[in-house]
Design a protein around this ligand. Structure first.
Ligand SMILES: Cc1ncc(COP(=O)(O)O)c(C=O)c1O
Length: 386
């Protein structure tokens, strides 16, 4: 018997090394990794700049508490503030913790009790973020949930028209729902969310845990829509695999989180900050991001051309390197066959094949992946047609 709780459906594969977009398993088989630790390894595996920064920090100091000055935290916060256009950062260790901080800050700042979220959203597995998540399967067995959250239909502008109440502290939204199926929010919907927040005097909280840190070709996905969030949360790609999360807020919110009102033992420790700084210095740069934009645009276009004519494919959707292939039926078997053909992908909901390659993926690797996806889905389409 394993000594682990079986909280994950694990594959019978152990990945033992990785470099760039390639990972190798314990049998010596190499795969193209279009999972990238679920949008974590944005700079690929073992990125040299991050490795060097963490190694240098390892030789100096691993951990001191937040009772002391930490210049690395100040420097990393400045990079996040510059990238987001916001002002202040709270560092923690995961996406769920970043959202926890956002929920607490919104309630404390406004003095109100409710937060609106959306159906099919995903915000984490802690009690508050699970309650914020608009998916029954995530709630199952854990009720009663926190009464803080109410769920609205995603991409439904009209549903936002009926909102009333002076008890709404904030609206928390993903610009593209990741776990919920790679569902891009429409411009009209996202603008309406922003407007509703203004009307209700509520905070706009954007969960960029999956979409952020360059994943969609801009620092944060809300920048595609010129939104002005009050709070943004990030994690996943932020430390290139080093566990770290961040909540970033507007300067008007700063004094709400006074000393002693929130905290984390590990949050923002020197090792994590070394990883964050090296990651952001590489990604938050015009030429890096414009390459991500152009590579991903061509890739999505090619996927659309090759796959959308197939009867088993509904559409190819997403932005940058956050891509979903929406199938007519279950995606599980296609994902298995892609893996047998050397390409690692993952589901997003039951019928979507999700592709999250490292942002550093090469043109040749994209071509290789395209060939595999095309071959596998074409042969599955031919089988189902028989
Ligand atoms: C949008 C979003 N928010 C929050 C989380 C939770 O992040 P973590 O697993 O780091 O707690 C995730 C994880 O998939 C996510 O995709």
């Amino acid at each position: 018997m394993s000594n682990l709780f079986p909280t994950y459906n694990r594959l019978d594969i152990e990945l033992v090394s990785g470099e760039g977009t390639k990972v190798t398993d314990s049998n010596g088989r190499t795969y193209l990794d279009f999972i990238a630790g679920i949008a974590v390894c944005n700079l690929g595996h073992s990125p040299s700049a991050v490795k060097k920064a963490v190694e240098e920090q390892l030789d100096k100091l691993w951990h001191v508490s937040n009772l002391f000055q930490l210049s690395q935290q100040e420097e990393a916060a400045k990079l996040l503030a510059d990238a987001s256009g916001l002002d202040a950062v709270f560092f923690c260790n995961s996406g769920a913790e970043a959202n926890e901080a956002a929920i607490k800050l919104a309630k404390k700042h406004t003095g109100k009790t409710k937060i609106l979220t959306f159906k099919q959203s995903f915000h984490g597995r802690t009690f508050a973020t699970m309650s914020a998540t608009g998916q029954e399967k995530i709630h199952s067995g854990y009720g009663p949930l926190l009464p803080t959250f109410e769920y609205l239909p995603y991409n439904d502008v009209e549903a936002l028209g009926d909102i009333e109440g002076d008890d709404i502290a904030g609206i928390m939204v993903e610009v593209i729902q990741g776990e919920g199926g790679v569902n891009p929010g429409t411009e009209a919907f996202l603008k309406k969310v922003e407007k509703t927040c203004k009307e209700l005097d509520a905070l706009l909280i954007i969960d960029e845990v999956q979409t952020g840190i360059g994943r969609t070709g801009v620092p944060f996905a809300y920048q595609h829509h010129s939104l002005h969030p009050d709070i943004v949360t990030a994690a996943k790609g932020l430390g290139s695999g080093f566990p770290v999360g961040a909540m970033i807020g507007r300067k008007e919110l700063v004094s709400t989180f006074s000393p002693g009102t929130h905290g984390s033992t590990f949050g923002g420790n020197p090792l994590a900050m070394a990883a964050v700084k090296a990651t952001l210095e590489t990604i938050m740069n015009e030429s890096f991001l414009s390459e991500v934009k152009s590579k991903s645009k061509t890739f999505i276009q090619s996927l659309k051309e090759k796959l959308e004519p197939l009867s088993l494919v509904q559409e190819v959707k997403g932005e940058g390197f956050m891509i979903g292939i929406q199938l007519e039926d279950e995606a599980k078997e296609s994902i298995e066959v892609l893996r047998d053909n050397g390409l690692l992908t993952l589901p997003a909901g039951p019928k979507v094949i999700r592709l999250l390659p490292p942002l550093t993926v090469t043109e040749a690797e994209l071509q290789e992946a395209l060939t595999i996806v095309e071959r596998v889905l074409h042969s599955q389409a031919a089988e189902t047609a028989q």
